[in-house]
Design a protein around this ligand. Structure first.
Ligand code: FE2
Length: 405
């Protein structure tokens, strides 16, 4: 069942005399969502024939081996995107991409960069995360920007991964903002409680209930949730637990805190082992939870939270600082030739591809156009003309300051 605006099923049918009673736009916080409807959705079985490009369907999760595909074949990339879009929207809501990043030495190098950042930040007493007390896990908030500033060469190599751009584009279209957070769960690390993610997943039940039914659907369309395995993740290390199809439950943001729904998750979750460099992407409305680490390994993931250009990201990213620090590495990548897809992926990750909000007095659309140029437009042009760091920084700065009110 595809998420749809709820008015169809809420068709006006009640009347008080001659006056129609308009249905509420809101879910009632005191009225529990239908558990029967929820379990009906979550007991679906994924037909393997529905996703012919997948390698297998394991416990209802489609698994793709990207090493089988030639990324330069545009039609294959587009067909994969069609499958991924449907899985995320109206299928199981989660997919695994094996061999997402095949350069293990790059991942090891980046892990060292992450360790340096963690060491630098150690001692900050306020750190912790949503679900674990400070000190139980290692967490880097905004690993995206910190990585760019710490080691631009490995950052550009990592975020120029065309598969990342293909996955983002499948769910969000060509303009989006990457944010990332590193999470390292040590042996003995406890499991998370099941939950939904940003936006409405990060609100109290009371705040969530104030958003109309249409926004309860919109929330899941504005973010793509992902994770890249930066370590081996055998099952006993506790890779993320998922409840396939649960994103289809329209009242899910009102349900995940309720004990009946939590217990159902505990009884029915599934999880797949990941190898170093594999990735998982999922709909942020899917019920999920990090698992318990029973192994002797540190379970390490770079969590990707990619925001639609039409939404507000969870973290603020200083694109200008990233572009400034990475310009040399990006120009080197561009000069290698034959790596257009990688350059394109990296530019989309580090520069805004969407020109709004802006100031239309200072940045009117070009004649005949509807929108002024975006940061990404500037960066693509600057690469073509081999601009210096100072010149591209000045141009991006101008875009940003001219966009202010
Ligand atoms: Fe989460």
């Amino acid at each position: 069942m595809a998420p749809s605006l709820p008015q169809d099923e809420e068709a006006p049918s009640t009347r008080n005399g001659s006056k129609r009673i308009v249905p509420s736009r809101l879910y009632e916080i005191d009225k529990a969502p239908s558990f029967t409807q929820f379990t009906k959705l979550c007991t679906q079985t994924q037909n393997p024939d529905d996703y012919p490009l997948s390698d297998s369907i394991v416990t209802n999760i489609p698994v793709y081996d990207l090493s089988k595909y030639n990324i330069s074949e545009t039609s294959i990339a587009s067909s994969l995107q069609d499958e991924w879009f449907e899985i995320l929207r109206s299928g199981p809501g989660v997919l695994v991409l094996k061999n997402f990043e095949t350069d293990s030495s790059l991942l090891h190098r980046i892990n060292e960069v992450f360790d340096e950042i963690i060491s630098k930040e150690e001692g900050a007493s306020s750190k912790g995360d949503h679900f674990a007390a400070a000190g139980k896990n290692s967490r880097i908030w905004n690993s995206f920007q910190k990585h760019a500033l710490q080691d631009p060469d490995s950052f550009v190599e990592y975020y120029s991964n065309p598969w990342l751009a293909i996955a983002c584009e499948a769910w969000l279209g060509p303009a989006y903002q990457v944010t990332a957070q590193v999470n390292i769960v040590k042996p003995g690390g406890a499991p998370q409680n099941p939950h939904r993610d940003y936006h409405l997943g990060f609100q109290t039940a009371e705040s969530c209930a104030a958003f109309p039914k249409s926004m309860q659907i919109a929330s899941q369309l504005l973010t793509l949730q992902g994770a890249v395995a930066h370590s081996e993740m055998p099952l006993d290390s506790g890779p993320t637990r998922f409840l396939p199809f649960s994103q289809q439950f329209e009242e899910g943001y009102m349900a995940w805190r309720l004990s009946e729904f939590k217990q159902y998750f505990e009884d029915h979750w599934v999880s797949l082992p990941l190898n170093l460099g594999d990735a998982v992407f999922f709909n942020p409305a899917l019920f999920h939870a990090a698992g318990e680490n029973h192994s002797q390994l540190d379970r390490s993931a770079n969590l990707l939270q990619i925001s639609s250009a039409f939404g507000k990201p969870m973290e603020t990213i200083d694109n200008l600082a990233i572009i400034k620090n990475c310009w040399g590495a990006l120009k080197r990548l561009n000069s290698e030739g034959g790596r257009d897809r990688e350059v394109d992926a990296c530019v989309r990750a580090i520069a805004s591809g969407y020109p709004f909000p802006t100031n239309l007095d200072r940045r009117p659309p070009a004649p005949g156009g509807m929108a002024p140029c975006s940061e990404a437009d500037v960066v693509f042009g600057a690469l073509q003309e081999d601009w210096t760091t100072d010149r591209v920084v000045e141009a991006i700065q101008k875009v940003q300051t001219d966009s202010l009110a």
